[in-house]
Design a protein around this ligand. Structure first.
Ligand SMILES: NC(=O)c1ccc[n+]([C@@H]2O[C@H](COP(=O)([O-])OP(=O)(O)OC[C@H]3O[C@@H](n4cnc5c(N)ncnc54)[C@H](O)[C@@H]3O)[C@@H](O)[C@H]2O)c1
Length: 376
């Protein structure tokens, strides 16, 4: 499964590299590359990206930062035991998991870490440069899949230190979480002057994906949404992190933004997230939409989404890494608003309904096609 010597090699540097999403990304890429599973859920493997010059899955090299040291093969076994990864997959791709495990460096700040923010940024950037140099990569994309941070004003949170390190090391950046990342005021100017493409925030994988389809439907049919209420039940590391109301606030802001953007104004109603550890990575998201029809007739739509969070997220992370790497190679810079299809709270100015976002993505896929003189 090795790429040809001349094929560009692209690094995917995962912040939160030992988490459920990251482990599923690494295991999933190896499984698809080896022909063990179909690339279900990967938009970059559909016809719309034919000829866009995306890096092959076999050319992706994984590494990253994490603050825990559980080996990736062990993490993958735990995910297989929970039904997130197919049984037998971790042993079938043990070599790929071990190779990625060797490229994971200690993240930070850990309790008692006395390094100043700039020292941490320098250390993270040095790890990135070392990865690119040692592995002979053409470029590396940094993707944040670490635990959601609580929203707290003031000093740069860890996600912003990693985003600053990506800029310092000359790497495109994708924020798959609702954490601050590049959205910190101190990073606005460096991001603009870096000449690098970036994308985010917070992958749109379940409840919000549905909202970005249903919101425009109500608006286009001139039905009046009176209240939109939602509840999410989930476990795993994400469920535990989101049990902190300050972390849940960041997540819910993105979910509610989709409604305000697609309906024209935020409807009544709240979104809640409950940690139910026994559910592990399996999420239930329930939406209750109270709306008025002709002559004020009151009606209700209820939806129940039951999904495996990491299996929904991983193909999108692979898509984003490939598209952002190609955008960097093609010389694109700044916010990639065409990637709004993937996010709850997209960077830049773009449409908010899923259909229009898909059209913008397809347009980007066309623009990424290598020019005849571009030799690959
Ligand atoms: N469908 C989805 O799964 C989905 C959708 C949208 C967004 N997300 C986001 O993706 C992220 C990852 O989700 P998950 O289920 O893999 O969570 P997880 O708890 O399994 O993994 C998070 C990882 O981040 C690591 N981490 C925490 N702080 C860190 C730091 N300072 N530096 C480096 N690593 C650190 C943790 O040790 C852990 O290994 C979450 O923020 C989640 O909200 C997930």
């Amino acid at each position: 499964m090795s790429a040809s010597l001349s094929a560009p090699r692209v690094g995917v540097w995962l912040v939160g590299a030992r988490g459920s999403v990251a482990t599923t990304v690494i295991a999933g890429c190896a499984a698809v590359t080896a022909g063990l599973h179909a690339p279900t859920g990967m938009v970059t493997e559909t016809d719309v990206f034919t000829g866009s010059g995306l890096p092959a899955l076999s050319s992706l090299v994984f590494g990253g930062h994490d603050t825990v040291d559980c080996p990736l093969p062990k993490r993958a076994e735990a995910l297989a035991a929970g039904g997130v990864l197919p049984h037998g997959l971790p042993s079938a791709i043990a070599a790929e998991l071990e190779a990625a495990d060797r490229e994971i460096r200690p993240g930070g700040p850990t309790p008692g870490d006395t390094r100043a923010p700039d020292e941490l940024i320098d250390a993270f950037a040095a790890d990135l440069r070392d990865f690119v140099r040692r592995r002979g990569l053409d470029r590396a994309v940094v993707v944040n899949v670490a635990s959601t941070e609580p929203v707290r004003p003031g000093a740069m949170p860890p996600s912003s230190l990693y985003a600053a390190a990506a800029l310092r090391a000359g790497c495109p950046y994708v924020n798959f979480t609702p954490s601050t990342g590049l959205h910190h005021p101190e990073l606005t100017a460096p991001a603009e002057s870096s000449g690098l493409p970036y994308a985010g925030r917070d992958g749109k994988t379940g409840q919000t994906l549905l909202r970005s389809v249903l919101g425009p439907m109500f608006a286009q049919r001139a039905l009046s949404v009176r209240a939109w209420s939602g509840t999410n039940l989930l476990g795993g590391g994400d469920g535990a992190a989101l049990a902190d109301p300050a972390a849940a606030a960041a997540k819910n802001a993105g979910k509610e933004r989709v409604l305000a953007d697609t309906l024209g104004a935020a409807p009544d109603g709240e979104t809640h997230i409950d940690d139910v550890p026994v559910l592990g990575d399996w999420k239930t998201a329930w939406d209750h939409i109270a709306f008025d029809g002709f002559l004020g007739t009151r009606m209700v739509l209820q939806t129940t989404w039951q999904g495996c969070d990491s299996a929904l997220a991983a193909p999108l992370v692979l898509d984003l890494a490939r598209i952002t790497a190609r955008a960097h190679e093609a010389g694109l810079s700044g916010p990639l608003s065409e990637l709004g299809f993937y996010f709850k709270d997209p960077v830049g100015d773009g449409p908010s309904s899923l259909g229009e976002q898909y059209a913008a993505l397809a347009d980007l896929a066309t623009r990424l096609r290598p020019l005849p003189e571009e030799t690959r």
